[in-house]
Design a protein around this ligand. Structure first.
Ligand code: NOJ
Length: 576
């Protein structure tokens, strides 16, 4: 059996110059405040990322995506930006940033920055100026201010809800001390929405994109890319009149997924294409699948996340339908597909798969009852699930199988820090330590997203398991010791070594963006191949199954003689 038919890995310099580097990249998401703390203040920082470039290199990823590292009061984990063209002083300086970018590039790793264009923080200079300026002023026009309803303007302009719970409008006190206008905030009240009809706002973001592109940022992840443009013609609709919130509004919603948003991205694309290689972008857009293509088109951002696999159960039928549909969509838009199981907004997949399944039967962005999920995905920001129902061992086994399957798919694989360690969601965070606005605005209903943002364990010992010398900004549980990088490094069956092996092979086997399904005796087995004789087989069923012909090069768990056990994926190589 020949394994030499495999493609050679692109050298680092080829990868850096390749305009198509993003199409099938393995992108590792770093949540900077929880990655590595170089100065002992309990917060991860930019120098911490630089220090861990060898770790990232050894992991075998092509790019890192940094969640926001800008100055922020952390009302929403950094997605409340005070200054778009700076580094949070608690995380470092612009010089530290440059050093990090250079170290990543030196290691052949691309750098993607998170851009948050729908809203700033309420500490942004512009918002402070808006509050200090009179109604109707140019400063107010950069945001969305409206008079309130009711005799004295005491009621919000509309009864809309914020994604994080509570109203989407907040009343201000005018400079003269009287109760005044209201401003719109789709997210927390510390995140006022920009008015994208205002040219100054548009120009300022072009300036920001250029600022980071000039500093060597290779691509951008666009936060809530589908929310920027709004039709807020009076009278504002009431909640009950809004087109059904979410994915099926098809352009008719006053603030989600309006067609005009693409004018903005066409302008951004021109800017991206001035660079060599062109800067890339990926949209975070919770839109109906049919409408995703425009965000992902070459005239637009170029790529868009699909969260369909993330929302599917660990189920062969759901996985196959999601994969088939998304590959076809990506092809039609000229983009490559994206795949993701974990990020900073959702319960880690090692935990999701260890909880009772159900409620997501059709794998097409709808719940089992056919109900659309909200635009924001809030309704699956699970509470971590009832802890006593968690089967962590099963969850991890399935997570490893799912990740190995994902790594074999055509397109980009987005990983989230800690999944390479097999980390579970941290459920045991005391309320006093919680940070997520989703927790505070939904008291007693949602625990929010802190459980996937707990600082990484690098060592089995020390006050913060090697994260830094200080007290970590979110508490780590004792069991983190078992998942520490140092414990897993060199340990054959560890999740870390499994990820390294799989990603290294992925780099070498990478092939044209094509996938061929192979029939199998069981409907619970998914078997597909890529050009060059690269096969991936996953057993979603409960009984071991025969493996097809070929040489096994990696598996997500131990094989059972010549058989593939349940909840396991294996890659095989054949001559064709
Ligand atoms: C999506 C981000 O992923 C999430 O973390 C954030 O809370 C919202 N957008 C608002 O910026």
């Amino acid at each position: 059996m020949s394994t030499t038919a495999t493609l050679a890995t692109l050298s680092d310099s080829d990868h850096m110059a390749d305009p198509n580097w993003w199409r099938q990249a393995a992108v590792y998401q770093i949540y900077p405040r929880s990655f590595y703390d170089s100065n002992g203040d309990g917060l991860g920082d930019i120098k911490g990322i630089t220090a861990k470039v060898p770790y990232l290199k050894a992991l075998g990823i092509d790019a890192v995506w940094l969640s926001p590292f800008y100055p922020s009061a952390l009302a929403d984990g950094g997605y409340d930006v005070d200054d778009y063209r700076n580094v949070d002083p608690k995380l470092g300086t612009l010089a530290d940033f440059d050093e990090m970018a250079a170290a990543l590039h030196e290691a052949g790793i691309k750098l993607i920055a998170d851009i948050v264009p729908n809203h700033s923080s309420n500490r942004h200079e512009w918002f402070k100026e808006a509050l200090a300026s009179p109604k109707g002023s140019a400063a107010r026009d950069r945001y969305i201010f409206r008079d309130g309803l009711g005799e004295n303007g005491e009621l919000p302009p509309a009864d809309w809800d914020s994604v994080f719970g509570g109203p989407a409008w907040e009343r201000i006190t005018e400079p003269d001390g009287t109760p005044g206008q209201w401003y719109m905030h789709i997210f927390a009240k510390e995140q006022p929405d920009f008015n994208w009809s205002n040219r100054e706002v548009r120009d300022d973001f072009l300036k920001t994109l250029r600022f980071w592109s000039d500093r060597g940022v290779d691509g951008f992840r666009i936060d809530v890319a589908h929310a920027l443009t709004k039709d807020l013609a009076e009278p504002l609709l009431s909640k009950a009149q809004l087109p059904r919130e979410g994915e099926n509004a098809m352009g008719a919603h006053p603030y989600w997924d309006r067609d005009e948003v693409h004018e903005i991205y066409a302008e951004w694309r021109q800017l991206f294409n001035e660079y060599n290689p062109p800067r890339t972008a990926v949209a975070e857009a919770w839109v109906h699948a049919e409408r995703r293509a425009r965000y992902a088109s070459p005239e637009g951002l170029g790529q868009a996340f699909n969260f369909d696999l993330l929302q599917a159960d660990f189920d062969a039928t759901q996985f196959r339908s999601v994969i088939t549909k998304n590959l076809a969509e990506a092809k039609a838009s000229g983009a490559s597909s994206t795949w993701v199981f974990s990020n900073h907004d959702v319960v880690r997949h090692a935990t999701r798969y260890g909880l009772p399944q159900g409620g997501r039967k059709d794998g097409d962005g709808k719940d089992g009852d056919g109900k659309d999920r909200g635009q924001d995905g809030k309704d699956w920001l699970l509470a971590g699930g009832p802890k006593d129902e968690l089967d962590a061992e099963l969850g991890l086994r399935r997570a490893r199988a799912a990740s190995l399957l994902m790594f074999a798919l055509p397109g980009s694989a987005y990983l989230y820090q800690g999944e390479e360690l097999g980390l579970q969601e941290v459920a045991e965070i005391p309320d006093v330590d919680r940070q997520d606005p989703a927790f505070f605005r939904n008291a007693g209903v949602e625990v929010g997203r802190d459980g996937c943002r707990v600082p990484l364990p690098w060592s089995p010992e020390g006050s913060s398991f090697g994260f830094g010398d200080g007290e970590p900004h979110l508490p780590q549980p004792e069991w983190f010791a078992n998942f520490a990088v140092e414990v897993q490094e060199g340990a054959d069956d560890s999740t870390l070594e499994f990820y390294r092996k799989a990603l290294e092979l992925r780099g070498r086997l990478q092939a044209a963006e094509e996938l061929l399904w192979h029939a199998n005796a069981s409907a619970e087995v998914l078997h597909f191949s890529r050009p060059g004789g690269w096969h991936s087989v996953t057993n979603f069923g409960t009984e071991p199954v025969e493996l097809p012909e070929g040489t096994v090069v990696v598996s997500s768990g131990p094989l059972d003689g010549g058989k593939l056990p349940s909840d396991t994926t294996a890659w095989l190589l054949t001559d064709n």
